[in-house]
Design a protein around this ligand. Structure first.
Ligand code: GLC
Length: 576
């Protein structure tokens, strides 16, 4: 029984590193709440890109009814939380990340009664629903922006980041800032004869959070959805929420392309328009708003790039709790090698010890597909899943990665994605050589449900909004359900095992450095008397197992006990 669990033993104490927990919660109270209420620490998240998941009405675009119809699939796999990409009103220039009305549903996805049904259906299965909230910016078609742009003295004149231009005619940009998408961050607005700032693309003007009215308006949006019963939010580019109030220019950087570690692009370090000190305070304010709703508790997960030592401050800053978790994108760019993964785990454990929690993210709707990054290897994909679902952290699966949907090559010139449109000038041969994607359509192609036309994503008479992967007859859900050793069935096994075993979903993690080397990564998960050891052979060679013990689950079920096959991972139950 959850309430009877005693406190897990955590290897790294929280208070010595970060100071006392906020809200005057004692450590014992905190430990109890971990066991009972902090569902997000134990959960597994499936990321539904709504447009591409399942089309229920034959228009070639996935919809809310489509999600409802596929909930049993997710529930059966063992996922406990779904994160749904934005579905509120939007001109869809950035497919929902450009919101024109926060409080109503885009008709191509459904309507409010249908959304309410989704909440109900998710909860009926004892699952949770988290949705994407774009607080940093709106669409330039949002009425807040059109009003703000209409004059310099209207009631919302200060709701966005406006600034006079430089030069005699005021037509030169106020400073050198670049946006995260690489473009220049200021756009001239002829009506106001001023520039407005965008952290992303020019049709996504940034809200001005230095203005308390903006904050309050957004807090009301948040309360609206929490009252509808949503269990939390994924906060889109929360790293961009504040910018330097003096608008100082950015210093140079040696980097041309962005990385998961530092926010630099086009030889510029974005230090004055991203990860501003006030962002961390804002996270604690947001936390207070969601904490108004505590039965059940709601969750905030932030999207931020940057060094772990810095972005953990979104979660805990000056002894105050903020977001419940932030994405740790380092996992995406860390080479698939035992020593690199060991370093990554050490970093995550160092910066996100209890009561914080790391996240385990290997793909999303902006990045390359997992299987394509792993060179198409199903063995590696299983090993990665074993790692992801046995580490301490919240695992996120991007839809379709559980069956190995590959990156679908779509030339930049055909891109529907706003980033692809912006980068049309980049020579295609450079894009083809890169292991990352520039045209995000390539990772957003429809889910492959079966081998019928359109892979069962939509009616065969409909034209899917993006092409279906050619390999859909070999790679699809129906087929993999019927194959006992498929990637999908491995996901089901490992997720279900994680859900059952407290050490795997709530225990502490101890890296077994003595067993680790260039080929092997080994760690132990511990919860009270329950202990599991995880061994991962991340090399292409057979190795003698450092632990000759009965195997609870392996990526290679036929493997002899004394030997680990190339890219084999196994779990050993040490409890008895
Ligand atoms: C985030 C989203 C991305 C979107 C951007 C602007 O990075 O993941 O898809 O385009 O923010 O909202």
């Amino acid at each position: 029984m959850a309430g009877m669990r005693s406190k897990p033993r955590y290897l790294i104490p929280d208070t010595t590193i970060f100071g006392p927990p906020a809200n005057s919660m004692s450590r014992t109270a905190l430990a109890n709440s971990n066991a009972e209420g902090e569902w997000w620490k134990k959960t597994t998240v499936y990321h539904v890109y709504v447009r591409s998941f399942y089309d229920s009405n034959g228009d070639g675009i996935g919809d809310i009814q489509g999600i409802i119809e596929k909930l049993d699939y997710l529930h059966d796999l063992g996922y406990e939380t779904i994160w749904v990409s934005p579905f509120t009103q939007s001109p869809q220039k950035d497919f929902g990340y450009d919101i024109s009305d926060y409080l109503s549903i885009s008709p191509e996805y459904g309507d409010m009664p249908l959304f309410e049904k989704l909440v109900e259906e998710v909860h009926r299965r004892s699952m949770k629903l988290v949705f994407d909230l774009v607080v940093n910016h709106t669409s330039s078609e949002h009425s807040w922006f059109t009003e703000s742009a209409s004059s310099r003295d209207n009631p919302k004149a200060d709701w966005y980041v406006w600034k006079d231009g430089k030069g005699k005619k005021g037509l030169k940009r106020p400073n050198n800032w670049r946006a995260m998408a690489g473009n220049k961050a200021w756009t001239y607005h002829p009506q106001r004869k001023q520039f407005y700032y965008t952290a992303f693309l020019p049709f996504q003007p940034d809200l001005n959070y230095h203005n308390p009215e903006v904050k309050q308006a957004m807090f009301e949006v948040i309360r609206f959805w929490l009252n509808k019963g949503v269990d939390g939010f994924r906060l889109d580019i929360i790293s961009a929420i504040y910018e330097d109030s003096e608008l100082r220019s950015n210093p140079p950087s040696p980097r041309l392309t962005p990385s998961d570690k530092s926010l630099s692009i086009f030889f510029q370090n974005l230090k004055n328009n991203f990860l501003h000190e006030k962002s961390f305070e804002f996270a604690t304010e947001l936390r207070r708003v969601v904490d108004e709703f505590d039965n059940p508790k709601r969750v905030l997960i932030g999207e931020s790039h940057g060094d772990e030592a810095l972005i953990r401050r979104f979660c805990q800053n000056d002894g105050q709790y903020g977001l419940h978790a932030v994405f740790l994108f380092k996992a995406i760019s860390t080479p698939f090698k035992a020593e690199k993964y060991r370093e990554m785990l050490m970093t995550f454990e160092k910066h996100f010890p209890e009561p914080l929690i790391p996240t385990l993210v290997f793909a999303n709707h902006d990045r390359n597909r997992v299987i394509s990054r792993l060179g198409g290897s199903i063995e590696k994909a299983k090993l990665l899943a074993l790692f992801q679902f046995t580490c301490r952290g919240i695992p996120f699966t991007y839809f379709g990665d559980e069956i190995g949907i590959p990156r679908v090559r779509i030339p930049l010139k055909d891109g529907k994605d706003a980033i692809a449109i912006q980068h049309k000038w980049v020579p295609q041969f450079l894009v083809d050589r890169s292991s990352e994607i520039l045209n995000r359509d390539e990772c957003r192609t429809p889910m492959l449900w079966n081998e019928r036309p359109r892979a069962g994503f939509c009616e065969s008479s409909a034209e899917p909004w993006l092409p279906v992967a050619d390999s859909f007859r070999e790679i699809n859900v129906e087929k993999q359900i019927s194959e006992p050793h498929s990637l999908l069935n491995f996901y089901r096994k490992i997720i279900r095992l994680r859900n059952k075993a407290p050490s795997l979903h709530a225990g502490s993690l101890e890296i077994l450095h003595d067993l680790c080397d260039r080929k092997i990564l080994a760690y132990r998960r511990i919860f009270n008397e329950e202990k599991h050891i995880v061994l991962l052979n991340m090399s292409h060679q057979q190795v003698k197992t450092p632990l000759n013990k009965p195997v609870l689950l392996s990526t290679h079920p036929q493997s002899p006990v004394h030997q680990l096959q190339p890219f084999e991972g196994r779990i050993i139950n040490e409890s008895h």
